[in-house]
Design a protein around this ligand. Structure first.
Ligand code: AMP
Ligand code: TRP
Length: 326
């Protein structure tokens, strides 16, 4: 059985991009693979976040992972900081990766450009992400398109480590969905939908109520033409809507495009399809939110299971590099 690992930051409200680019694929993967899913709270510290907010969002993120359908009896669901091996292996990998490699990461460059005080952790972030993945000997990492570059770095670091210190890590690959890997902002379809960009009308929250989803989709920016066609380069707004329809209903993007003579009906159908897709998630999230004690208990059991795999991998890596056993 292959192993999958993925993580999500508890740094904001989860949106439609997170759902179709990542979370729904995690739920789909859980029964065919040995699966580890992690709320990466340490990564959230790389940008300013209020301590109380981080604590609250960490638990809320776990609620969302359960709400999208992850079965805690089947997957190992945990919080990154609860398993100390993540930071321990990250150091070993910081001593394997190079400054040049880390400097080329576009996510670092984008985020660094936004803040005056750039934390050292923002720069070394991909080494911690590589540690997350390599600790569990993951074969596949289901993520959206924006994480491809981090996965390439993880592969390079794993290969370099194995060559220099002996076979230690499985070299993982990214599993990026064919549609929905890059959901665009509904108001600014040239930018990806994102929790950090201040575009409330362009971002559909997974927990938005149906009326809100409808309002946002109906007001989505399209273009001056009226022709429905799938052409992400020249018609990013319309193509984004077609991608969403494809993901939510299973129809192909070209086939969907052929069905519509104008934008109004397309938007109305996209709104209804997205509402229907999110409805069960929203329902489960509301139910789970009423028993956070149970969610905490599941996370604690998840961390114990994760440690059983992470500890021997870390010990093997440390020994391979020449660290003496305690
Ligand atoms: P983040 O919100 O940056 O922690 O991302 C969590 C997961 O959602 C990662 O796998 C991302 O690749 C994915 N993701 C984030 N934004 C989008 C988007 N606009 N479209 C598709 N996937 C996304
Ligand atoms: N960097 C990822 C993001 O911003 C989050 C993440 C951290 C992650 N560690 C990971 C994703 C390990 C996959 C695997 O979305």
């Amino acid at each position: 059985m292959t192993t999958v690992f993925s993580g999500i930051q508890p740094s904001g409200d989860f949106h439609l991009g997170n759902y179709v680019g990542a979370l729904r694929n995690w739920a789909a993967a859980q029964h065919e693979h040995s699966a580890y899913f992690c709320v990466v709270d340490l990564h959230a510290l790389t940008l300013e976040i209020d301590p109380e907010e981080l604590r609250r969002r960490t638990l809320e993120s776990a609620v969302m992972l359960l709400a999208v359908g992850l079965d805690p009896d089947v997957v190992t669901l945990f919080v990154q900081s609860h398993v100390a091996e993540h930071t321990r292996l990250a150091w070993l990998l910081e001593c394997t990766a190079t400054m040049g490699e880390l400097s080329r990461m576009t996510q670092y460059k984008e985020k660094a450009a936004r803040g005056e005080m750039v934390r050292a952790g923002l720069f070394t972030y991909p080494a911690l992400m590589a540690a997350d993945i390599l600790l569990y000997q993951a074969d596949e990492v289901p993520v959206g398109d924006d994480q491809r570059q981090h996965l390439e770095l993880t592969r390079d670091v794993a290969i370099r480590f194995n060559n220099r210190y002996g076979p230690t890590f499985t070299v993982p690959k990214a599993a990026v969905p064919r549609h929905g890997a890059r959901v665009m902002d509904l108001q600014h379809p040239e930018h990806k939908m994102s929790k950090s960009v201040d575009s409330p009308m362009g971002t559909v929250g997974i927990l938005d109520d149906p009326a809100e989803v409808e309002r946002k989709v109906m007001r989505a920016v399209t273009d001056a033409e009226t022709r429905v066609a799938y052409d992400p380069e020249h018609k990013p707004g319309v193509s984004n809507l077609l991608e969403l329809l494809a993901v939510a209903t299973g129809v192909g993007v070209q086939e969907a495009a052929a069905r519509y003579a104008g934008y109004g009906q397309l938007k109305a159908d996209v709104a209804q399809a997205v509402i229907a897709m999110l409805a069960p998630v929203r329902q489960r999230a509301l139910e789970l939110a009423s028993d956070l004690g149970e969610v905490e208990r599941l996370l604690s059991a998840g961390a114990a299971r994760a440690r059983e795999v992470a500890a021997p991998t870390y010990a093997a890596a440390a020994a391979a590099m020449g660290l003496s056993a305690p």
